[in-house]
Structure formats: C-alpha cells, structure tokens
Design a protein around this ligand. Structure first.
Ligand code: NAD
Length: 495
C-alpha cells in the first residue's frame, strides 16, 4: 500500500491531522494506498516555508532560473513513461493518453524556459524632457494552485512553470483522488536543482483549500475544477484580497454542418467524446447536427464506437479506460436513464456492455433527439456520453450555444470557410476549433473559457499566465542639473 505524504521544504512530510483518504486503481477497483489530508496548521507551515524561499528566489537571476527550468524540462522529458505509468494507475486513462497529457504539460515548461523574453519590461526614453519611464514585472510572493483529478500532470504544469519563472514560490494542492503524479513531478522539480521550499505540495480536501484561501501570505489562487467549486473559490479568494483565476466545468458543443465530411466528423466526435472516458473539460459532449447530416453521422459514429476496446489503461489494446470512481460511474449511468425517461433515444447504451473486472467501467453511449431542457443537455456529465441535438439551421446552432450556461470550448465541422469564419467570430465560447474537436491552445497561447467555465480576468499559461503571476512596477527617472532646480507646486505634466 502506498502512503502519499506532503512535500514541504524539499522533503516528504507525513501528515499529522490524522485524516486520510483512500486511493484506488480504477481499472481493478482495488484500494492501492492512502493520501494524508492536511490541517490548517500543516498548510500554514508549508506557506511559511514558501514565503522564506520566495524572499531569496525573487532575487535569483533570470539566467540561473532559466538553466534550472531547462533541467526540469529534461527530467520531465526523460520520465514521461514513468509519469504516465503512475498517472494511469490512479486515474485510469490509457497510457498513451497519459503520455500525451505530459507532453502538453511540457509545452508550458518550454514556454517558461523562454522567461527572459516573456518577463521583459518596457522602456520609454525621454518620455518627458530628460525623463525616462520604464516598467518591470515583479513577482507576487507565495501563490497556490488547486487542481482537479482529470489531468494530474498537465494542469499543475499549466501554472507551476510560469509562477516559478516569474519569481514566486508555489503551493500545490492536487486532487486527493490521484495525488501520486503531481508528487512525482514535484520530486523531479527538486532534482532539477530548484531550491527547497519553492514548490511545496500539500495534499488535502476542503480544509486545506480553505486554509489557502484565507492565508494572508498567499497572494494568488489558480483553480481548475467543477463550476460550483470554481465560483466558491473565486468569490472567497477575491473577498480575501487575492488575485484569482478560477476555471470551471464545461458542456462543449460540436456543430456539424451539412457540407461536412462525415468520416472526419465521426472520427472527431468519437475521439473527443470518448477519449479519457469523457473526463476532459474540453471533451465534446453535445453534437449539434444541422439539417440532414444527423442520420449518416450517427451511423458513422455507431460503426466506430462498436470497434472501441474498453479496458485497463495499461493494456496496449485499450482505447478507453474506466471512470475515476464507482460513484462517478453510477452517476454517469444515471444520466443515460434520465435521457431515456425524458424522451430521448438511446442509440448506444453503455450500460449494456459487461466487463470482467471490478473496475469502474462503463461503455460509451450515444443519445439522439436530445433537447435543451433535458438533464443530459443541461448538466455536465463528465463521462463517455455523447448527446445529439438536431437543429435545422446554422443560426439555431449558434443560438443553442449562446443560451448554454458554459462556454469553454466549441468546434465546427464544415468545408465552408465563410460559415467557419462567422462561427469563429460570433460563437459564445473561449476556445474554438475549426475542424479541430479539442482546441486546447498551445503553450504559448493561453487557456480559458467564458461564462460559467471561467471566473477571473487573466487566463492560464502562456503570456496571460505570466501576467497573472506578476505585477507591474513603473519607474520615472530624471537626472537634472541641481543648478536648474526650482520649487513648482503644480501637478507634474509632460513636455
Ligand atoms: P472538483 O471541483 O471536485 O475538485 C477540484 C479541486 O477542488 C480538488 O483539488 C478538490 O480537492 C477541491 N475541492 C473539491 N470540493 C471542494 C470544496 N467543497 N471546497 C474547496 N475545495 C474543494 O473537480 P474534479 O472532480 O476534481 O474535476 C472535474 C471537474 O473539473 C469537471 O467539472 C471539469 O470540467 C473541471 N475541469 C475544468 C477544466 C478547465 O480548464 N475549465 C479543466 C479540467 C477540469
């Protein structure tokens, strides 16, 4: 049985709260370990250590910080398979998907390796006669990241590299459901040569989160998780005077126009709907078919879904793994029934598939004739369930998306450049794919949805992320000849 502790000041530290949570292998249903859950005092101890580390780190040169970030990049690159193995054993997604997640996390380390450019200030010579003005970006201090279960490698890496590059110290509070992966990444961070205390991992639940939200030395909170918690984090942290970026849940629509290539659209729908068992915030969960495209598209999706192999993520033959817990699997299955009860047609019922395992498996499902008032449409299911909403026109598809509460990602499948451009400009979502079903931006752009998928102002990673973790300081300087100096009580104007 593994015992996941905290990582404070570069050392594993066993919890003292007396509270723990079980860790499972979702593919077998077996309990494989426990994770310690931190108390308020344990969070405080980690924050104090981080504050001391920050006070030294903020003065370390960009040259040195860059070298260490490259070391970290190399270590993560060399350990992709090991990270993926740990990830799959607690999350359940297939190994290739776990490795892909690490690859997307690496993009953010690579962006942070370019910190010299990203942190450059601005200089205006002779802004007023003999006066120069320049802006630099200073770190905030101790900042914290609170992350969800579904990307235990990538999402911590959305924030840690930029925060550290910018001169801050970091407290990570990972999901208590799969904490081994972020712990291992934090070990690699230390192996890279970063000073102790700069990145601390505090495992825990609401108690630890609330302690971070209330701690006066924590200057900024980056959160990724479900919408109700994202709203709570945003309002509580902001009320406590902290800078906050809080990313919530999603219900991503894929619009398929009548001129779309059916095979391309079906491949995309199956990949983006059932990949990682639908446990992605950028998963497609609603296919909006415009006009006559619905029947051939559903048939093409059915053919592909029939061929999917669902099994243990460590098996090379598996396309899709289990869900994260038995409770979540049952909740997702409940939505299939709610769809049927509400009058939708269950074209593929994942509940009918049987598995020779105690793992938390559920087959892929496809529900047709879904309408906007049904719970399968209004709620985030976060499982391998695709809904089809049939509309007659492009305008109706846009209207449907606009009325939906979320606005994380969306995609359009078409061969019509004009329609795609109209979609891109008008659609009510933060990340848009054109013939791309999962438009997660590359590491040098930034990630963030709209509406109930995002609370805050500055989105994550890339230049937006670097701005989030820094605050500008502006200097105005002149070197006048004292012989020309005189008293002037007027407000300084520029000339
Ligand atoms: P979650 O909201 O249950 O948990 C996220 C984090 O919040 C965890 O660290 C958890 O310990 C903590 N937490 C849970 N309940 C809390 C409470 N009452 N008070 C304080 N902290 C609490 O989310 P999850 O189930 O781990 O992850 C899945 C959710 O995350 C989905 O809704 C998914 O859409 C969302 N998500 C969003 C994005 C995005 O970029 N927008 C990315 C990934 C996941």
């Amino acid at each position: 049985m593994k015992h996941v502790k905290h990582l404070v000041n570069g050392q594993p530290v066993a919890g003292t709260s007396g509270r723990q949570k079980d860790i499972f292998n979702p593919a077998t249903g077996e309990k494989t370990g426990v994770v310690d859950l931190a108390s308020v005092a344990e969070v405080d101890a980690a924050v104090q250590v981080a504050e001391s580390a920050y006070r030294e780190w903020r003065d370390v040169s960009i040259a040195r910080r860059t070298k260490l970030m490259y070391n970290f990049r190399d270590l993560v690159t060399r350990n992709v398979d090991e990270i993926a193995r740990r990830l799959t054993s607690e999350h359940g997604k297939v190994l290739s998907d776990s490795a892909g997640e690490v690859a997307r996390g690496l993009e953010n380390i690579e962006f942070a390796c370019g910190m010299a450019e990203a942190l450059k200030g601005g200089y205006s010579e002779n802004a007023s006669t003999g006066v120069d003005v320049y802006t630099v970006r200073r770190p905030l201090g101790v900042v914290a990241g609170i992350t969800p279960f579904n990307f235990p490698a990538m999402i911590p890496l959305w924030t840690i590299p930029n925060a550290i590059a910018a001169g801050n110290a970091f407290i990570l509070k990972p999901s208590e459901r799969d904490p081994s992966t972020p712990m291992f990444i934090a070990e690699l961070f230390h192996e890279a040569g970063f000073p102790d205390g700069l990145l601390n991992v505090v495992n825990g639940d609401k108690e630890a989160v609330d302690a971070l939200l209330e701690h006066e030395l924590v200057r900024a909170i980056s959160f990724v998780g479900s919408t109700p918690i994202a709203k709570y984090i945003y309002s509580t942290a902001a009320a406590n005077g902290k800078r906050v970026q809080s990313l919530g849940g999603a219900k991503n629509h894929m619009v398929v126009l009548p001129d779309a290539d059916i095979n391309l659209a079906a491949d995309a729908a199956v990949s983006a709907g059932y990949g990682s068992a639908g446990e992605r915030c950028m998963a497609i969960s609603v296919i909006v078919t415009v006009g006559e495209v619905a029947d051939p598209l559903i048939e093409a999706i059915r053919e592909r879904t029939d061929r999917l192999v669902i099994g243990d993520g460590t098996e090379a033959t598996s396309d899709m793994g289990p869900l994260i817990t038995a409770e979540h699997r049952d909740r997702v299955a409940g939505y299939i029934q709610q769809g049927a009860d509400a009058g939708a047609s269950v074209v593929i019922d994942g509940r009918e598939q049987t598995f020779d395992s105690d793992g938390f498996f559920l087959g892929a499902s496809l529900i047709d004739h879904v309408t906007a008032d049904m719970s399968v449409y209004t709620d985030e299911i976060f499982g391998p369930v695709l809904s089809v909403v049939r509309v007659d026109t492009f305008e109706e598809s846009m209207d449907l998306i606009e009325k939906n509460a979320w606005g994380n990602g969306t995609a359009i499948f078409t061969r019509d450049g004009g329609a795609a451009r109209a979609f891109q400009q008008e659609v009510d979502a933060g990340m848009v794919g054109i013939n791309v079903p999962i438009p997660v931006p590359v590491g040098y752009h930034s990630f963030g949805g709209w509406n109930d998928s995002f609370f805050g102002d500055t989105t994550m990673y890339g230049h937006e992320g670097m701005r989030f973790y820094t605050r500008p300081k502006v200097m105005t300087s002149r070197w006048p000849d004292p012989a020309t100096s005189s008293v002037n009580l007027g407000f300084p104007t520029n000339d």
